[in-house]
Ligand binder design. Structure first.
Ligand code: E4P
Length: 218
């Protein structure tokens, strides 16, 4: 599974990227508003830090304007992935951008049939929002399972499933079990994946016992 971080905070991205475990970044208009800096500057900075796909979302909801915005965003760096909403206009833009060789991430996916259309439009990634479905009292992970099954039924579809709106370590585990290709997670969740109380307890014991030996490795 590939790991993307879901943030527009460049300092956070640099910190996680230093681990060598980061495969890409997703942003959205809400994350850009939170960062409170110039959008295109943020995207350029992120693309310089992370060589993998960096999702930058169009602001328009209308096809012609979406295409204009997409072309501006795609020119920022070669690793920009244009993020488009899963609407009729967004799918039309996805199809057109794909034919131009521009990578796309079709976002705000809440049903398997939406994901089928995104794949048919040639999306590089489709982003089902797990957490927001859970928030409504439904099972977000079921959507990942359905999309996986549908895509596997049609080998001609090459869209990657990017599990989004991930809130917990359990979401990451279940998305991996369900066969999602990518999880995009807040940086805090990514770091929490490495933690386990028994790891900490065991390490404390090993460190204490090693000190008793009085030895040094270097
Ligand atoms: C994904 O690309 C989205 O930016 C993100 O995962 C949305 O998450 P949220 O539901 O926590 O806002």
């Amino acid at each position: 599974m590939k790991f993307f971080v879901d943030t527009a905070d460049v300092a956070e991205i640099k910190d996680v990227a230093a681990s060598g475990l980061l495969d890409g970044v997703t942003t959205n208009p809400s994350l850009i508003a939170k960062a409170n800096r110039d959008f295109k500057t943020i995207v350029a900075e992120i693309c310089a830090v992370v060589p993998g796909p960096v999702s930058a979302e169009v602001a328009s909801t209308e096809y012609t304007q979406m295409m204009k915005e997409a072309h501006v965003l795609a020119k920022i760096a070669s690793n920009v992935t244009v993020k488009l909403p899963l609407t009729w206009d967004g799918l039309k833009a996805c199809k057109a951008l794909t034919s131009e060789g521009i990578k796309t991430n079709v976002t705000l996916c809440f049903s398997a049939t939406q994901a089928l259309l995104a794949a048919k439009a040639g999306a590089t990634f489709v982003s089902p929002f797990i957490g927001r479905i859970d928030d409504m009292g439904y099972d977000g992970m079921q959507l990942i399972r359905e999309i996986r099954q549908i895509y596997d039924n049609y080998p001609a579809l090459h869209t990657e499933i990017l599990a989004a709106s991930i809130r917990t370590v359990g979401h990451v585990r279940d998305a991996a079990l369900a066969g999602a290709d990518v999880s995009t997670v807040p940086p805090s969740v990514l770091k929490t994946l490495a933690q386990h109380p028994l790891t900490e307890k065991g390490l404390a014991q090993f460190t204490a016992d090693w000190a008793k030996t009085g030895q040094k490795i270097v």
